[in-house]
Design a protein around this ligand. Sequence first.
Ligand SMILES: C[C@@](CO)(OP(=O)(O)O)[C@H](O)COP(=O)(O)OP(=O)(O)OC[C@H]1O[C@@H](n2ccc(N)nc2=O)[C@H](O)[C@@H]1O
Ligand SMILES: Nc1ncnc2c1ncn2[C@@H]1O[C@H](COP(=O)(O)OP(=O)(O)O)[C@@H](O)[C@H]1O
Length: 308
Amino acid sequence: MSAITVRVPAKVNLQLAVGPLREDGYHDLVNVFHAVSLFDEVTAAEPFDVNPSAAPLGIRVEGDLAGEVPVNDDNLAVRAARALADRTGRSYRADLLIRKSIPVAGGMAGGSADAAAALVACNELWGLGLPREDLMEIAADIGSDVPFALLGGTAVGTGRGERLAPLETAGVFHWVFALADGGLSTPRVYGECDRLREEAGVAAPTPAVSEALLAALREGDVRALGQALSNDLQPAALALRPSLANTLAAGREHGALGALVSGSGPTCAFLAESAERAHELAALIKDVDGCRSVVTASGPVPGATVAG
Ligand SMILES: C[C@@](CO)(OP(=O)(O)O)[C@H](O)COP(=O)(O)OP(=O)(O)OC[C@H]1O[C@@H](n2ccc(N)nc2=O)[C@H](O)[C@@H]1O
Ligand SMILES: Nc1ncnc2c1ncn2[C@@H]1O[C@H](COP(=O)(O)OP(=O)(O)O)[C@@H](O)[C@H]1O
């Protein structure tokens, strides 16, 4: 096969419980991931340039957001492809093309998604046949959110978020995402969370999964799910980007069943009762100050999957 395309979803965090800062610089989490139907596509192709001195991994990005994505060795898709090749101990080549739709630095794990997609695409292109468990291990070395982008669905992540257990869910949930201008740096938001806790004299709690959230997911109870959504990083994201409070308030006023910052933000997520209500809600919040654009999506959807 000379080119493989993989479709990979964004995520929203249904619960993000953040524990104390660990010695390795990460926080222990209970991270309930939910994959939604907003996708990037990554194509890995045999290189056009057969010159042996050319870089083994080429990278291009297409789409309105392309200017915000690094097109060098820092790109998470390139890092993933290199880690996969290193694992085999052989030198492989590929040209990677990302068709970007997931917001960049938006708290929806778009970079992690591209890394997961590159692992699946290159595993196929290079005929490696590595099992999913091996891809999961490489994924966890690249970033805490990368294993979930491989898995998809709805899952609880513990440790730094990389140790996953799939969750049972019923039905389809409908979402509106309000995208903001500019991103928020994930380490900066975690740092602000620690700072706010220290300032308030509050010790970081031991993270625990919400039983109400698990029951709502199991029963497909959208109202109960709306009530159970939570994000410990939200106060930090709001401190760094105060305009998000307006966006969240607008969604609640217009009938969202739940409203929260997605992960480290600044994307805000709103849960709607139905696909129709999601479209109505999107139209009502799209002109709120600080909101660049809105998209609707549903979940859960599968993780990184070869297209076609
Ligand atoms: C917050 C979350 C929620 O799902 O994602 P985003 O909302 O940014 O997409 C994740 O925890 C982000 O995961 P990911 O983006 O893969 O982060 P990593 O590359 O592993 O780590 C980047 C940095 O974030 C901080 N970090 C990350 C994970 C974690 N459990 N504790 C942390 O403190 C550390 O400062 C780390 O150096
Ligand atoms: N393929 C990629 N797509 C998006 N961002 C990338 C990619 N590779 C590296 N990055 C870098 O990672 C940062 C965080 O990316 P992203 O995963 O989109 O955000 P978040 O962690 O908020 O979900 C970006 O600011 C960008 O510099």
